[in-house]
Design a binder for this molecule. Structure first.
Ligand SMILES: [Fe+2]
Length: 247
């Protein structure tokens, strides 16, 4: 009883939400095509949570991975259509677009060369790396995307423990934008990712924040992250995030 009371007492009251960020540009809310929402009902639940937290537009970014999720424009387009039908059925009015989260695997270079990358408005390409080791040709691929007028965005740089702030800064100096997962600031992925995310913010290296929402535990963490001082700084104190440009 005392424990419960204490917990309640310690919980900070939050009077703001993500409405100033407006656009969530990294999520797995398309039904049935990756490890995110498994059916349209689950998708709608996640989107309702985002809307309750102030999000005004959702850009869904299902995984494209040669080994696990062989998505392409067709599978993603079909899943988006399904989701939109479900939203309409439930009278939920929010713009939803789809791109992808490209995994940096042996097929990535081919997708760049063929210019078949799924882009977010304005030619942005969201891509992610292995959590185990740094691809030796990372800078080369970033340069290749830039040369083809793509605007690469590295997803959750704080989660690659093999890269420090100095290395991430050098990628950004090349023109690779950085998107941190908002829930990293809550410690959802551990202390190290939290510290790196905070250092990236302190060093003014963060371009986008997003939910990377796969399921309701992420939605809960996104809500709880509002109580952290770093999210407050991003949301309320004019940090120059680019999410709003995707509206
Ligand atoms: Fe993701």
């Amino acid at each position: 009883m005392f424990g419960l009371f204490k917990k309640k007492e310690q919980k900070k009251e939050v009077t703001f939400n993500y409405s100033s960020i407006a656009v969530d540009m990294h999520s797995h809310v398309l039904p049935g095509i990756d490890d995110g929402a498994q059916n349209p009902q689950e998708s709608v639940e996640l989107i309702k949570k985002m809307m309750a937290l102030g999000i005004k537009k959702v850009i869904a970014t299902p995984h494209i991975m040669a080994d696990y999720y062989k998505n392409n424009a067709e599978t993603i387009g079909n899943a988006l259509k399904l989701l939109k039908e479900e939203l309409k059925k439930e009278n939920i009015d929010i713009p939803v677009e789809a791109a992808a989260e490209h995994y940096f695997d042996e097929t990535f270079e081919e997708r760049i060369n063929n210019q078949t990358l799924m882009t977010i408005g304005g030619n942005y390409v969201l891509f992610e790396l292995s959590f185990i080791s740094k691809p030796p040709n990372l800078k080369e691929m970033i340069q290749k995307m830039l040369d083809l007028k793509y605007r690469p965005i590295l997803a959750h740089p704080e989660r690659y423990s093999y890269m420090d702030i100095k290395q991430l800064r050098s990628l950004r100096e090349m023109g690779c934008l950085l998107q941190i997962n908002t829930i990293s600031l809550l410690g959802y992925y551990g202390r190290e990712a939290k510290k790196t995310a905070e250092s990236l913010i302190d060093s003014d290296l963060v371009d986008f924040i997003s939910s990377d929402m796969h399921h309701l535990r992420h939605a809960e963490a996104l809500e709880n992250a509002l109580a952290t001082s770093y999210v407050e700084k991003l949301v309320n104190h004019g940090y120059p995030l680019k999410n709003i440009m995707l509206k």
